[in-house]
Design a protein around this ligand. Structure first.
Ligand code: NAD
Length: 254
């Protein structure tokens, strides 16, 4: 159990972030969830147990004042901050052909996925230094391999991996900073009802994974918890690929 540890999770109202919040609450952490989506946040609050160890706040991770205010509320509510999980993201990588990609769409990806990571680290650092804390950034295997029409998403996630390296060097030895690059994670069970869709399992998708399946939010949550915990005390500045081996397997056209 991690009775006294408080972790701030961005984009925690649904998907992987909600899975992480659920996992941390069930293993004794105090959890602060921030999200831009009020409706999803309300649904998450009613779904999660251990409400005495949960604080939910509406905040846009790309808005510096929102990040400052929500971190201040988190610390004032629980008295300390031990971990930050920057998970919020525009998670759909496909924005269409690069020739038609508008500057505002490009900036929207960068603002949430990458600038949000910077703002969280910048304003959480002073709290985390006091606790010998830990930051986990949600990158993606798309920082490492690409499909067409994903430039903005790929650049934002590649930026997170490089930011993780730099932060680990700057904030050490007080704060450890690591990234996770999930592969294909099926989040259906953890999405708010209005976004839930039937899961499609095409045989090629399963064949692509040496693990024999796509991932779940729990697969990412257990790695996140490990990286936040003292068990990972000698681990910093790394990017952990959690993809069931997908990026290690060559696929040939049939
Ligand atoms: P999701 O869309 O289900 O959840 C993302 C959450 O972030 C939502 O609740 C959304 O409201 C919130 N959010 C979006 N913009 C925000 C902002 N500006 N401020 C605060 N909150 C904001 O997505 P997911 O699939 O759970 O993905 C979570 C993270 O994991 C993302 O960073 C995504 O890029 C990354 N990721 C996901 C997968 C996957 O297969 N699901 C794979 C690799 C990486």
């Amino acid at each position: 159990m991690q009775d006294n540890k408080t972790v701030y999770v961005t984009g925690g109202a649904q998907g992987i972030g909600l899975g992480i919040a659920h996992y941390l609450l069930n293993t004794g952490y105090r959890v602060v969830i921030t999200d831009i989506d009020q409706e999803a946040l309300s649904a998450a609050t009613s779904r999660l147990k251990h409400s005495e160890r949960l604080l939910t706040l509406v905040a846009d991770v790309s808005n510096e004042q929102h990040v400052i205010d929500s971190l201040t509320q988190a610390v004032s509510h629980f008295g300390q901050l031990d971990g930050v999980v920057h998970n919020a993201g525009i998670a759909d990588p496909f924005h269409g052909p690069v020739e038609a990609l508008t500057l505002s769409t490009w900036q929207a990806y960068l603002n949430t996925n990458l600038t949000g990571a910077f703002l969280c680290a910048k304003h959480a650092a002073k709290h985390l230094r006091k606790q010998q804390g830990s930051i986990v950034m949600m990158a993606s295997t798309r920082a490492l391999q690409s499909e067409p029409d994903t430039e903005a998403y790929a650049a934002s996630k590649g930026g997170i991996v490089a930011l993780t390296h730099a932060l680990a060097v700057s904030l050490g030895p007080d704060v450890r900073v690591n990234a996770i690059s999930p592969g294909w994670i099926e989040v259906g069970d953890w999405q708010k009802p209005s976004r839930q869709q039937p899961v499609e399992h095409r045989s090629i998708d399963l064949a692509q994974h040496p693990a024999g399946r796509v991932g779940t939010p729990d697969d990412i949550a257990s790695l996140t918890r490990f990286l936040l915990s003292d068990e990972a005390r000698f681990v910093t500045g790394q990017n952990f690929v959690a993809d069931g081996g997908m990026t290690r397997k060559m696929i040939y056209a049939e």
